[in-house]
Design a protein around this ligand. Structure first.
Ligand code: TXA
Ligand code: MG
Length: 329
């Protein structure tokens, strides 16, 4: 494949170029408010196949269909429950994916053979404009090689997929920084299948109900494997309340340690360090960027100071639980 080209999301001609590449069945990485997505024309099975090849993602892992307007979900979804309407009116465009009963003709390639199809309207204007120009919907998993950290900049995308995709549309840094919340609406009661910035309490407030966390999941989200979102460098997490005590204990002398912290400055034990915010949204926005840069920093081990075990940190803990091979404290 020829070299991956970088397109500029602020240029109308580049948005048109992205749309024409997609129409021709090529892969284009697109900015969203959560993470960059690896987009293909959802109506072109050959193009959808290329997504699995480029990411080296096992076939059978289903893909989210991205739409430019709520009306377009009727091409994918068999029936729109009232809860879905409420959530769409409140949160779209935005970092919320809905799992809904699929229309019978939706390809198993997209749903992994599941009875539900995942749909979302992203908030990045350039991606919405590209889909409008294309007049079709896009499948878009995160634009990282399978198992690796999701990209939050165009440079991250190129670092993982350069030469394997036709283009990346550079729309700047992602504002949310972690993947969308997934709400499964195919069962009797709504279930959060993947936590994200839109929290359980946001969803409960919108629907006027209380959700039973983790109970009654009508489907397992297949991409939610334990090891996921991992840096290449071995990565461990350490509880914040024991960080100062445990950091020297778990640091073999002579090892170069890269520390990602938010409260407990690591001092001289760290060869490299990156400080993140004490605010969960701000922390999420920078988390993958920090992991990507630590992965490039030539350290032997990455140590992450874990945030408190509080519900507002749930999505962050979900991602850190997958990124870290081990947690201490
Ligand atoms: O924020 C996001 O959701 C990003 C951006 C690019 O939109 N996309 C993303 O896609 O995170 P991906 O493929 O990396 O993760 C999607 C998750 C996977 O765990 C997948 O198994 C699940 O959604 N999923 C998608 N379609 C599904 C379906 N029909 N049934 C069950 N799970 C599904
Ligand atoms: Mg992903």
């Amino acid at each position: 494949m020829p070299e991956t080209i970088k397109l500029d999301a602020t240029q109308t001609t580049d948005i048109e170029k992205a749309a024409s590449l997609l129409l021709a069945g090529h892969l284009v990485a697109m900015p969203t408010e959560t993470v960059y997505g690896l987009a293909a024309d959802a109506s072109n099975e050959q193009a959808v196949r290329k997504v699995f090849e480029a990411k080296q993602r096992p076939v059978g892992h289903p893909l989210i269909v991205h739409v430019a307007s709520p009306e377009r979900i009727r091409y994918w979804v068999d029936r729109v429950p009232e809860a879905a309407e409420k959530l769409i009116n409140t949160f779209w465009p935005g970092p919320l994916t809905l799992l809904l009963p699929k229309k019978s003709d939706v390809s198993d390639f997209i749903t992994g053979g599941n009875p539900g199809v995942a749909v979302r309207m992203p908030a990045h204007p350039a991606t919405v404009a590209t889909m409008e120009k294309l007049g079709r919907d896009l499948v878009a998993p995160s634009a990282n090689p399978y198992g690796r950290i999701s990209p939050t900049t165009a440079e991250h995308v190129l670092g993982g997929l350069s030469g394997k995709i036709a283009a990346v549309l550079d729309g700047g840094d992602c504002s949310v920084g972690i993947e969308s919340t997934i709400v499964d609406l195919t069962g009797e009661t709504p279930v959060i299948a993947r936590p994200g910035q839109i929290s359980q309490s946001d969803i409960e407030a919108c629907l006027g109900i209380t959700l039973a966390p983790g109970k009654g999941a009508s489907q397992v989200v297949p991409g939610s494997v334990k090891r996921h979102y991992q840096p290449v460098t071995p990565t461990v997490g350490v509880a914040t309340d024991q960080f100062a005590r445990l950091l020297p204990e778990i640091t073999p002398s002579g090892e170069r340690i890269g520390v990602i912290w938010w409260q407990s400055a690591p001092g001289e034990l760290a060869s490299e360090s990156i400080m993140l915010s004490a605010d969960p949204n701000e922390y999420s926005r920078m988390l993958y960027t920090a992991m990507h840069s630590m992965d490039q920093a030539n350290v032997d081990r990455i140590v992450i100071e874990l945030p408190p075990r509080e519900s507002r940190w749930l999505a962050v803990h979900d991602r850190l639980g997958r990124a870290c091979t081990e947690q201490f404290g």
